[in-house]
Design a protein around this ligand. Structure first.
Ligand SMILES: Cc1ncc(COP(=O)(O)O)c(C=O)c1O
Length: 364
């Protein structure tokens, strides 16, 4: 029997039990190669097939047009903060960024090393509780960069602006959680360690014509075109991370794909937000219209009680609900593999904690 606590971790995070079982079996002995998955050559036919199947699953699950390449890189989403401007922000050009969270802010900082950046709008002055709506994207920018889900602050972008320039999106924390129209984007990147698989692999989906327009000289290891030309095997790829991502995407497909998981994600988020809104001890941090389905941020009116609630919840098997260090309070991440039962267990905890508090008051 595998596990388990109720894992609300923001990433690395919960993976389905069946995926963990198959991945751990392959560490011991992977039938296809008659070796451990950790020992096989990345140049073997067996592993080549894993990479191609993982690519195929990404294409199928997200309905990626043939005019886009699917690449597997390393370095996390943070390396993309640097790679995007290194490849696409040429000398004398500027890029447009929407600043709606801590990770968007980091991306801007990296882009400024390569060239000029115009921040089209920011919600920093309100602690990133919402996603700015009114802004213009300059038509002479090399690209427009945004973040679809702000993992730390718990906001999600449900509508993307019409952009006169190529759109680049960091989808690290909501990729595969809902249907997206890939054609609205020119480059999407995501660290794998939320809805795709274990840490160590980064997914990039990029329009070929956008890549063909690169004029900057870029070191091979940081050049998207090199990954495309080498089928993501310019150097040794993260073999185990790609293999486990393949298993996880097979799991997602077997569940009915992204449309189905989105319905399940809506139900989980609704259950938790309803409790936050109805429980007199808690309140939500994000603007209601921008509330993330993946990362739910909330606090207690009585901040002194937050540590106590954390221990109370930990005693009932909840893991990973402490809010990000700069924000405090709580953050419950409801990624694809988290079952509704875990959300119900957290909601029950919030309800029984009130009861406990009332009892204490009576005893006093
Ligand atoms: C939206 C977003 N962007 C970027 C990052 C940084 O990712 P990595 O740690 O893979 O570099 C994270 C990490 O949680 C994230 O949630």
């Amino acid at each position: 029997m595998l596990t388990k606590k109720h894992n609300f971790g923001a990433g690395p995070c919960i993976l389905p039990d069946s995926v963990l079982t198959r991945a751990s079996e392959a560490v011991k002995h992977w039938d296809r190669a008659d070796l451990s998955i950790l020992e096989i050559s990345h140049r073997s036919t067996e592993f080549e097939l894993v990479v191609r199947e993982t690519e195929f699953l990404v294409r199928e699950l997200l309905d990626v047009p043939e005019t886009y390449s699917i690449l597997f890189l390393q370095g996390g989403a943070s390396m993309q903060f640097a790679m995007v401007p290194m490849n696409f922000l040429g000398t004398g050009q500027k890029a447009a960024y929407l600043e709606a969270g801590f990770f968007g802010e980091k991306a801007i900082k990296e882009a400024r090393i390569s060239g000029d950046v115009t921040v089209v709008a920011t919600s920093k002055d309100t602690h990133y509780r919402s996603i700015p709506r009114e802004y213009n994207i300059p038509a002479d920018a090399a690209y427009f960069h945004t973040t679809s889900n702000n993992t730390i602050e718990g906001t999600e972008m449900f509508n993307f602006p019409k952009s006169p320039v190529p759109v680049v999106c960091d989808m690290s924390s909501d990729i595969f959680s809902r249907v997206i129209n890939i054609s609205d984007f020119d480059l999407i990147y995501a660290g794998a360690q939320k809805n795709m698989g274990p840490a160590g692999m980064t997914l990039v989906i990029v329009k070929n014509s956008f890549l063909d327009g690169i004029k900057n000289p870029v070191h091979a290891i940081l050049d998207y075109r090199v990954y495309r030309a080498n089928g993501s095997m310019y150097n040794t790829p993260p073999v185990f991370a790609i293999y486990t991502a393949m298993l996880n995407l097979q799991w997602l497909k077997s569940k009915g794909g992204v449309k189905f998981i989105h319905m399940a994600n809506l139900a989980k988020a609704q259950l938790l937000y309803d409790e936050i809104d109805n429980n007199p001890l808690f309140y939500g941090l994000a603007e209601k219209t921008d509330r993330s389905l993946m990362n739910v941020t909330f606090r207690m009116y009585d901040k002194e009680k937050e540590e106590e609630f954390l221990s109370y919840a930990a005693g009932r098997g909840m893991v990973g609900i402490k809010g990000y260090r700069t924000i405090g309070g709580f953050r419950a991440s409801l990624y694809n593999a988290l079952p509704l039962e875990s959300v119900q267990a957290l909601v029950d905890c919030m309800k029984t904690y009130i009861f406990k508090t009332k009892q204490n008051l009576v005893q006093v």
